[in-house]
Design a protein around this ligand. Structure first.
Ligand SMILES: Nc1ncnc2c1ncn2[C@@H]1O[C@H](COP(=O)(O)OP(=O)(O)OP(=O)(O)O)[C@@H](O)[C@H]1O
Length: 725
């Protein structure tokens, strides 16, 4: 059957294709400086480098260079729409007329909040958080779905080691009656109970109906005329400043499930558990005489104490130096890239010369001239440092920044804990004291005292291929940085993309500084929910899905496909703001110099989320459509609390095979048919959307753009309002 599928797909895609890696997308960018020619880079005339040279990893996500190919004419050209955030925030203040403690039914929300009250509210909410938050352990990465790439053999990628299916193991361990996969004996017993996962137990059906009917007269009135929310200090929500504040309005809460609340006006509220580390930070009483601009090392207890001792070979974060170039004059940059002085020749202007060798045809692409300069500069420095690391010279990083430049401590503070672990190192939380200069806008999570940053260490291994490692960290940083600092044409960065601030080096590793998301990742959230059976409330999952799709749409509009969308790469703020992270496997399918979208081949991502076309040997596919499939799997995982299948391969997975057969036979899938929602209209619209996503033939699959335009997503009330919504 798979041969038939291959044949069928081959017939549909008669276009000759070629393979191109991320580094190859930018001629000479990743060559050692001495190899770099002085000729102008021309991205369209590159020799292709085989993707098989990508670094191998045993059980961890493998970062993979981008593979692209000639445009397949059936791929539509990208629609360049922009949107800005209008409303809601991670720190959005709400006051609550709470019901008596212990009362399980209805609570009211009073939305009359003045500016003066906002501080008080924030403070009181902080206190409430402190009361309610317990320290939850850091999820170790080995428990998660490892990313895979085309460099792994198919057999290797489809192995299901004990550690690989952590979510299921957790389900098995904690709930004997919850079934990880369809097709097993255990599952047969359970299949009749699928519907229970999303049973909407709401006593006030009429209120629920009113709240979720579309279009909702209440919600439109409040969002657009009265201004539902008061702005907070998160930079993404700046436009909230212009919104009028609400008049007194007591709004009844009609659904409450695990902290998620839906109000009778159709609006909702997420209350995602704050990281235990933040709670500890807030509780600790730090000495007030800590160094200017930095945080005194806190005494946080036994578990974190070892973190502050610097051992030999360990990352010396606080002495790390930024690899980012200081502001250079355009002439100097030009000279660096081209090897020619801008003043030489017949005196033609720099602009003219730039245009000679780089014709920008797609100004919205994330990777353009600025990124090209940055890539050149970074790859030079990383190459040099890597040679030092690998030859164990242990040389101190070159003082590449001016003496006046702030130190790591001044900019990002001190490490206070570990929030996660990646394949090449840990992700740490750094905190520094707030200063007057920081107000009023923040690019990362902050509380009243501190500003927090997530700091990811990336350390080369002894057997690391120098060039591949350089490509990996450069591409991860550049893609993340360009997406999160997309200010070209006066546009705002996307609210759903994690901000990447800086890349630094110390004597043994590279350090990426990111926005910190204090409510952890979706994976941890789902594991928590799984223990108490089932997934998220469908209205909560819908809101997250909408944010996820807008984040992915933003990436696609700027020439990048994520290629590893999974719950581990989706982070949250406590009030439900979603951020997509980890661009290490992202693919550049279109640069600023290209009009065409490049297809790619090979397996990228993490098995349960990988689209079926990726498993077809040698098959080229549109990377945007694999993102769409992954979003669908993420959504179903949010709803069910576990994977739909281990792998979308009929030969390897009974559950997927069953899905395929059911769809062929009945054009229906039992699980999708049985999924419940708060009303039949939403249930039907969602089902239609799911069928459009889960098309194994990519040519029949819906795009992310189209998905956002379906009634399901248009109807979904989201915490954020986008311009194009
Ligand atoms: N900015 C952040 N804020 C909060 N938590 C984070 C942040 N970045 C990462 N984490 C946590 O750390 C975990 C691992 O991070 P990351 O996804 O970057 O590693 P990875 O993908 O396993 O590593 P690699 O990039 O080497 O493949 C995440 O799943 C998340 O729980």
């Amino acid at each position: 059957m798979s041969i038939m599928m291959q044949e069928e797909k081959k017939r549909q895609r008669p276009i000759a294709r070629r393979v191109r890696s991320f580094s190859e997308s930018f001629k000479c960018l990743f060559k050692s400086p001495h190899l770099r020619s002085s000729s102008p880079p021309n991205v369209t005339q590159l020799p292709y480098r085989s993707s098989s040279t990508s670094p191998k990893r045993s059980s961890k996500p493998l970062r993979r260079a981008t593979i692209s190919a000639r445009l397949n004419p059936k791929y539509s050209s990208m629609q360049q729409r922009t949107y800005t955030l209008k409303c809601h925030s991670p720190d959005m203040p709400h006051t609550f007329k709470r019901t008596e403690s212990g009362s399980s039914d209805i609570s009211n929300r009073d939305r009359s909040v003045s500016d003066k009250e906002e501080g008080i509210i924030n403070e009181s909410r902080g206190n409430r958080n402190l009361e309610s938050i317990g320290l939850h352990s850091t999820q170790s990465s080995h428990l998660r779905s490892p990313s895979i790439s085309s460099n792994d053999s198919l057999s290797a990628t489809t192995s299901s080691s004990g550690s690989q299916w952590a979510m299921d193991s957790l389900l098995d361990d904690s709930d004997n009656d919850v079934i990880p996969y369809r097709g097993s004996e255990k599952e047969k017993l359970q299949s009749k109970d699928w519907a229970q996962y999303n049973f909407i137990d709401n006593p006030d059906k009429e209120a629920l109906h009113r709240a979720t009917s579309y279009p909702n007269p209440h919600i439109s009135r409040q969002f657009h005329h009265k201004g539902l929310y008061i702005r907070s200090s998160h930079p993404d929500e700046k436009s909230l400043e212009s919104l009028p504040q609400l008049a007194d309005a007591a709004i009844r809460c009609i659904i409450e499930q695990d902290g998620f609340k839906v109000y009778e006006d159709g609006s909702h509220e997420h209350n995602i558990k704050l990281s235990g580390l933040i709670a500890k930070m807030e509780k600790s009483n730090f000495p007030s005489t800590h160094r200017q601009g930095s945080l005194s090392r806190p005494k946080l207890g036994i578990s974190l104490s070892g973190l502050f001792k610097h051992h030999k070979g360990e990352c010396d974060i606080e002495n790390a130096l930024s690899l980012l170039p200081t502001e250079e004059k355009p002439e100097a940059i030009h000279e660096k890239i081209t090897g020619q002085s801008s003043a030489d020749g017949n005196g033609s202007s720099l602009t003219q010369k730039k245009e000679d060798y780089l014709k920008i045809v797609n100004p919205d692409a994330s990777l353009g001239s600025d990124e090209l300069k940055l890539i050149n500069s970074l790859s030079n420095k990383i190459h040099k440092s890597l040679q030092n690391f690998l030859q164990e010279k242990n040389l101190k990083p070159e003082e590449s920044i001016s003496e006046q430049a702030p130190t790591f401590q001044e900019k990002y503070g001190h490490p206070v804990g570990v929030v996660g672990a990646g394949a090449y190192g840990e992700v740490k939380l750094c905190a520094r004291s707030r200063t007057d200069k920081d107000s009023p806008s923040f690019d990362t999570y902050h509380d009243k005292k501190y500003i927090y940053y997530a700091v990811k260490e990336v350390k080369p291994k002894q057997d690391s291929d120098l060039e591949k490692f350089c490509t990996k960290i450069t591409s991860e940083f550049i893609i993340g940085h360009s997406l999160s600092h997309y200010h070209k044409n006066g546009k705002k960065p996307a609210p759903n993309i994690l901000k990447i601030f800086d890349i630094l080096e110390d004597s043994s590793s590279f350090i990426e500084v990111m926005e910190f998301c204090p409510a952890g990742d979706l994976y941890s959230m789902l594991v928590g929910k799984s223990k108490s059976k089932g997934g998220l409330h469908p209205l909560e999952a819908d809101c997250f899905m909408k944010q996820l799709l807008y984040g992915v749409k933003f990436m696609h509009n700027h020439g990048i496909a994520h290629c590893d969308l999974k719950p581990e790469n989706i982070l949250f703020y406590p009030h439900g703001l979603l951020k997509i992270c980890d661009f290490g496997t992202s693919s550049v399918f279109q640069t600023a110099w290209e009009r065409r979208v490049h297809a790619q081949k090979g397996i990228i991502g993490s098995e349960p989320y990988v689209a079926p076309e990726e498993f077809v040997d040698g098959e080229y596919y549109d990377p945007r459509l694999i993102d769409c499939w992954s979003c669908g799997v993420v959504y179903i995982t949010m709803i069910l609390g576990h994977y739909l299948w281990k792998i979308a391969s009929r030969e390897k997975d009974m559950s997927y095979d069953e899905f395929y057969k059911e769809m062929k036979r009945d054009s229906k899938f039992k699980i999708f048919e049985e999924l419940k929602h708060v009303n039949s209209e939403l249930a039907t619209n969602r089902k239609i959307a799911l069928y459009r996503i889960f098309q194994w033939e990519p040519s029949k699959r819906i795009s992310v753009d189209q998905l956002l335009d379906l009634p399901w997503m248009r109807q979904t009330i989201c915490c954020l309002i986008y311009d194009s919504a």
